[in-house]
Design a protein around this ligand. Structure first.
Ligand SMILES: Nc1nc2c(ncn2[C@@H]2O[C@H](COP(=O)(O)OP(=O)(O)OP(=O)(O)O)[C@@H](O)[C@H]2O)c(=O)[nH]1
Length: 795
């Protein structure tokens, strides 16, 4: 017997191929489609089955399987059409109905039937002969789109079949019907002419930007996220539903589901490219001021005094609220003050690449003069290239000596105008509100010289001053608009997050709809809490905002701390690459004598290729502020007989700041010289393994003083070296002479345990001292290798 294809047999049986395909499934005959060939046995089986079954039953079966996309018809109309059908069935089906229609129609199916079968001509035609009735059914079916199955897919996917006869019909996005996803039973319309070539596979494509999250990819492919995560795991990628995948990973895992991934190019810089302004578009903008100064010199008092001289806010009776910055209206212009005094916030922002401050107001108490943090503030401002206006405060005090302050500051490069310099000075009393107006005028004068301008007529860009998670409102951030105008409804990217401006409030707590350059405003509608110093950029739509945010999050993960800090080890490389021309150092030492000696000796090391620039030098422990200054300025910190606290060390690690510790000056000089020449190759490096605190002292006869300690971190080993720190200063560096627990000698003591320690040749210990245990490890001579390579290259 000649080979029979499904469609041929369907023709012979006078039913559609599709109907036959359904029947074949019931008969347990698995075929691919209407073009599939049937074996002789199968044909016989089918013919027999069809001979047994009255045609009416076949029709009913088909009707029950229909599932139109939507069900809008009310259920109560159901019986009418159903009756019609039942009539037909009774007429033509004898007794075998149950056998071949095992599933009684559900309500849903009946309603669906009602909808699909409700064609006006239907009733009059019900008495036609059965074949004709079948034909009508068939024609109707052909007119209709392929019947939808269980799932709808998202529009992002391109599904295209390359078979002529299945060219897709356009449907509204919500109701795109998908062919039944059983590969063996792919539907097709009955063929008009026999085609012999097998159908080409369906190509399914997903478009992605720089990244796509696991959840998004799963949704786009119509698979469960869990399934995708499992698959990723089998590929060695541990992921969560919100994890962004890069193109390579996404395409690899998608191919496992027979999907293709296409990357639609996107470069953050292109999308966020600043729009250059024409000179005529630039309008004057208020200056942004940060108040700095030594502890207790009156920064907070000054900010309060200014806020209260702000007549407008008092007149309007507005409630001033802390949003990180406030705005002062003056006759001659306006000034914006950043509400967080001190240089730490200032430098922290700068470390993140954001410079919002135009002018620094340096507060110096007239009775106290220049102090440690006064110098520090000057250095921070100088490094940032921000002009300083000096406010000599507390002039109301009887022992106030403004002239002395001026002299001290002149030595630091801040010479007053009256002495031939260019620094503006105001003498004030923040407490008694004396001279505040004069100070504000001087600020405006300084601003005038700076010619601060911005274009208000473009999409806004700003900097986050403060951000937090508000219990009721979600993430909120105070943003200082740098240029353009920020409006309600704007879509934006902000640091790693994105959003749409839902609401904005000014420093008086008033709701505002738009904000221009230099103005601070608290915004709502961000997807997460950004960090101070993050930029906010308004973009065209949410899609772009989201995409950039995902891209940044991915990049941040990748970057995991690979920040381009300068270290003595990479210094030579950076000089060679032309990346740096000077080595910036921050010196912290235990005594002023060392500070001076180090400054002098180090400055002399400058060569033609590289200048040694000591941007800050002082006595005292290494602070967070030092780390931030180093990070913002790409400086290396030198700790001379000084150690930072664990918190500061963590920050240094996070900010990738290189801290070098020395207790012998020539060693430091040797290292700097070697690093300049690219010859620095420390063979040994210290590794801190534990930290303990002295909580009690015991005098033990013959042994001396024993420290009762509590191990706070890591472990202390009998064999390790130890350093004793008192207020961050190294008071001892040597070896343990004993390590005991309950009078027993032990080899090591772990975190959370108490122990007794004594030190070789050292008894001058105190309660509160910190013991840092460390080992000296051999490290790979990467620098030597590089130096050798260099020499080889040269010769
Ligand atoms: N007599 C006098 N006292 C002042 C003046 N300004 C501030 N003070 C006092 O100086 C002390 C410190 O003032 P703050 O404004 O807290 O100083 P600060 O610089 O903000 O201090 P920190 O926040 O600790 O860095 C307070 O007791 C103030 O009352 C002033 O003009 N005259």
């Amino acid at each position: 017997m000649a080979k029979v294809k499904v469609y041929q047999l369907a023709k012979e049986l006078k039913i559609s191929s599709k109907e036959l395909l359904y029947r074949l499934e019931d008969l347990g005959i698995m075929v691919k489609n209407h073009m599939s060939t049937l074996t002789t046995d199968e044909v016989v089986k089918i013919r027999e089955a069809f001979a047994k079954i009255p045609p009416k039953a076949k029709q009913k079966k088909v009707i029950i399987r229909k599932k139109p996309p939507t069900t809008k018809m009310p259920i109560k109309e159901m019986p009418v059409t159903l009756e019609v059908k039942e009539e037909k069935i009774e007429e033509e089906i004898p007794s075998v109905t149950e056998e071949i229609t095992p599933v009684s129609p559900s309500k849903e199916e009946l309603v669906e039937k009602t909808q699909t079968e409700e064609v006006p001509e239907e009733k009059p035609k019900k008495k036609k002969p059965k074949e004709e009735a079948l034909d009508i059914e068939e024609k109707k079916r052909r007119k209709k789109p392929p019947l939808p199955r269980k799932r709808h897919r998202q529009v992002v996917i391109d599904i295209f079949e390359e078979e002529e006869e299945t060219s897709p019909v356009i449907y509204p996005a919500e109701v795109i019907p998908i062919p039944k996803p059983k590969p063996k039973k792919k539907e097709g319309k009955p063929p008009l002419k026999p085609v012999t070539a097998p159908p080409k596979p369906i190509k399914r494509r997903i478009e992605m930007g720089e990244t796509i999250t696991v959840g998004e990819l799963a949704r786009a492919m119509g698979v469960k996220a869990g399934e995708l995560i499992k698959k990723l795991m089998s590929l060695g990628v541990m992921s969560t539903i919100n994890q962004p995948l890069d193109y390579d990973t996404a395409s690899l895992v998608a191919s496992e589901f027979d999907y293709e991934v296409k990357q639609v190019g996107f470069v953050e810089e292109d999308v966020l490219k600043p729009i250059p302004d024409k000179p005529e578009d630039l309008k004057p903008r208020p200056p942004v001021v940060t108040v700095m100064g030594h502890v207790d010199h009156g920064k907070t008092s000054l900010l309060d005094a200014i806020r209260h001289t702000n007549v407008i806010s008092i007149e309007t009776g507005g409630i001033t609220q802390h949003i990180g910055a406030y705005y002062v209206n003056l006759d001659k212009g306006n000034v914006v003050f950043l509400d967080t005094p001190g240089h730490e916030a200032f430098t922290a922002m700068r470390a993140r690449g954001a410079q919002v401050t135009d002018i620094v107001v340096l507060v110096v108490a007239a009775d106290d003069g220049v102090m440690e943090q006064t110098r520090e503030a000057i250095n921070h401002a100088k490094e940032a290239g921000v002009p300083i206006v000096v406010a000599i405060n507390k002039i109301d005090k009887p022992n106030a000596n403004p002239e002395k302050v001026k002299r001290e500051l002149s030595k630091l490069g801040l010479t007053p105008e009256e002495w031939g310099g260019d620094t503006l000075y105001a003498e004030i009393s923040a407490k008694k509100r004396i001279g505040i107006d004069n100070l504000l005028e001087l600020i405006l004068l300084q601003a005038e010289m700076l010619e601060l301008k911005a274009n208000p007529n473009k999409p806004a860009r700003g900097i986050v001053i403060e951000a937090r998670l508000d219990k009721g409102r979600g993430p909120v951030a105070t943003v200082l608009v740098k240029e353009g105008t920020l409006k309600i409804g704007d879509f934006f990217v902000c640091g790693l997050h994105y959003g749409k401006i839902r609401a904005m409030f000014n420093d008086r707590g008033e709701s505002v709809r738009k904000v221009g350059p230099s103005l601070p405003v608290e915004i709502q509608g961000i997807s997460g809490v950004p960090e101070a110093g993050d930029s906010l950029v308004v973009v065209k739509d949410e899609k772009i905002a989201k995409e950039i945010s995902h891209y940044r999050q991915q990049k941040q993960r990748e970057a995991t701390l690979v920040r381009a800090g300068v270290s003595l080890e990479n210094l030579y490389e950076k000089i060679e690459e032309g990346e740096i021309k000077e080595l910036k150092l921050i010196i912290k030492a235990d005594v002023q004598g060392s500070v001076e000696a180090l400054k002098e000796a180090l400055t002399k090391l400058s060569t033609q290729e590289i200048k040694i620039n000591i941007i800050h030098a002082s006595t005292g422990v290494i602070t967070e502020s030092d780390i931030l200054l180093a990070s913002a300025s790409h400086a290396v910190i030198i700790g001379f007989n000084i150690r930072p606290s664990a918190k500061v060390m963590d920050l240094a690690e996070k900010e990738k700041v290189d801290i070098r510790y020395y207790d012998v000056i020539y060693q430091l000089l040797d290292d700097i010289q070697a690093s300049i020449k690219g010859l620095l190759g420390p063979e040994y490096k210290e590794k801190v393994i534990g930290e303990a605190e002295i909580r009690q002292l015991f005098k033990v006869p013959k042994v001396g003083v024993v420290a009762g300690c509590y191990v706070r971190k890591g472990e202390i080993k009998r064999s390790c070296k130890v350093r004793i720190l008192r207020d961050g200063v190294v008071v001892y560096n040597g070896q343990l002479s004993s390590l005991k627990r309950f009078k027993e000698d032990v080899k090591e003591v772990g975190t959370g345990y108490e122990c007794g320690m004594s030190f070789e040749n050292f008894q001058d210990i105190k309660v509160g001292d910190i013991i840092e245990a460390y080992i000296v490890e051999e490290v790979e001579k990467t620098i030597d290798f590089r130096a050798k390579t260099q020499r080889t290259d040269n010769g």
